[in-house]
Design a protein. Structure first.
Length: 195
């Protein structure tokens, strides 16, 4: 079965999922953050089939998330380590870990605790924060079309802001976007981007 690609979707989340959205991929990245570097160790820790592991490691290397270096003079054995791009996924993993600790059905509590190396104190939960330090939730953040936005993206942003915040400003923004891309065309364009 051919894997779906989100290349044509004008969405940074979709494009990120194109690179790391498959569960084995995320678990391989997790293993890298735990210090795993060798093929056999990935395979043993995850219980993943060797052909699937080979495919995922190659894809992560091609995406620039992992780098592959030969072990000694061997042409058959490699270490796999996170690149800077890969290391920047660490907060994403921690957000998933903290979400899983809170919402999974484990009666025993969190399997892993995060502790600051320097202070030895528990790490604070990951939050989205304003410039002045306030914790922000979904209803505190307004979306704004960026430089890569298409008319479809602008319409989606306006619709989301209207749904969350309402108000005349959002209504005017949505009307402006609607004039540029009538609803039926926006819908057709959006579905083309998804395919």
């Amino acid at each position: 079965m051919q894997r779906k690609t989100f290349d044509g979707m004008n969405c940074s989340i979709a494009r990120s999922l194109d690179q790391i959205g498959e569960w084995w991929t995320v678990l391989i990245i997790r293993e890298c953050t735990m210090g795993t570097t060798r093929f056999d160790d990935f395979q043993r820790h995850l219980g993943i089939a060797r052909n699937i592991l080979t495919n995922r490691l190659n894809r992560l290397t091609d995406q620039g998330i992992l780098e592959k270096t030969p072990i000694g003079n061997s042409e058959r054995f490699f270490d796999y380590r996170l690149t800077r791009k890969g290391e920047e996924l660490f907060p994403v993993l921690i957000a998933l870990l903290q979400w899983g600790d809170r919402w999974s059905n484990s009666n025993n509590g969190a399997p892993i605790k995060l502790v600051d190396e320097r202070t030895r104190k528990a790490v604070e939960r990951i939050h989205l924060r304003s410039a002045d330090g306030r914790v922000l939730g979904i209803r505190d953040v307004r979306l704004k079309a960026g430089p890569g936005a298409t008319d479809v993206t602008r319409a989606i942003v306006a619709g989301r802001n209207q749904a969350i915040f309402g108000g005349e400003m959002a209504i005017q923004h949505q009307r402006h976007a609607s004039r540029r891309a009538p609803m039926e065309h926006r819908s057709q364009e959006f579905h083309k981007e998804i395919k």
